[in-house]
Write a protein that binds this ligand. Sequence first.
Ligand code: ADE
Ligand code: ZN
Length: 340
Amino acid sequence: MHTTPIGKFISGIPKAELHLHIEGTFEPELMFEIARRNNKKIKYNSVEEVRDAYRFNNLQEFLDIYYAGANVLIEEQDFYDLTFAYLKKIHEQNVIHTEIFFDPQTHTDRGVEFATVIKGIRRALEEAEKQLGISSKLIMSFLRHLDEKSAIKTLHQALPFKEWITAVGLDSSEVGNPPSKFQQVFKKAQQEGFLSVAHAGEEGPPEYILEALNLLKVVRIDHGNRCLENEDLVNELAKRQIALTLCPLSNLELKVIQELHHHPLNKMIGKGLLVTINSDDPAYFGGYMNENYYGIAKALNLSKEDICQLAKNSFQASFLDEEIKKQMIEKVDKYYRKNK
Ligand code: ADE
Ligand code: ZN
């Protein structure tokens, strides 16, 4: 795909990633290396065996493997290496800005300090800004399968590092864990000045998207596929230009859709929704940003103009300052004029 005209166009276009779990970038090779130096066991014998295990029928089957993988991360250097490997990868793909989720509870519940996690990630982000020119924001995500008390404890642990965190989010097992369960912690987070986002409508019903908007006051919805089941909701999302951070390969791998050409992207665009393309957990779902763009472009027969709009949307929906957004969108336009 990357050698076709549209593939080449996708590879080169400047873009932003807005839905990426840093724990989901853990490639098996690095997992083995870190496990070895930390004297941690992995239940697979080889990288191939690990990759072979990545076959999922739903979100929960993926999450079980994803949390097991994260278990080998112990030292600050591990979080640095994990993050820097991702940043190097997206640099090759012309991603120039990224907004990264991290799941502190996945680590603090195993006895790893909050400070260890965030300092490793932050050091990699600073290095990448200097060495690779990639800008970034961090989003601290609460695990929705745990209780709100645990999320509040996590928020308190984050306060000394407030300057490094732009927003709070909500991820993990969606069905049975509605946004309404986390109203208090999101309210406290907003009082502390954090923006908020939430995964909603990936497997869960459109009501969860409504709750995220109305009770958690989120400014973006992660996934949001199932909004299409509620016309009033679609109209509200379109009117307020609340961005949806879509993840096509993730949707395919977790059986949210059966085939890529069933993906609702075009339908959403037709309804005036602000949609973006993202990779979610690229080490697990078979592709980073460009592979997600290639996949969806091929499946839905997208044009260069469509790709250009998606790249512009990625900056428009980002947490960058308005002036920087404008400059980045201008970069996309310039690329389009040169390569159309
Ligand atoms: N954590 C990592 N990836 C996720 C996803 N796609 N949905 C919910 N929680 C997640
Ligand atoms: Zn996600």
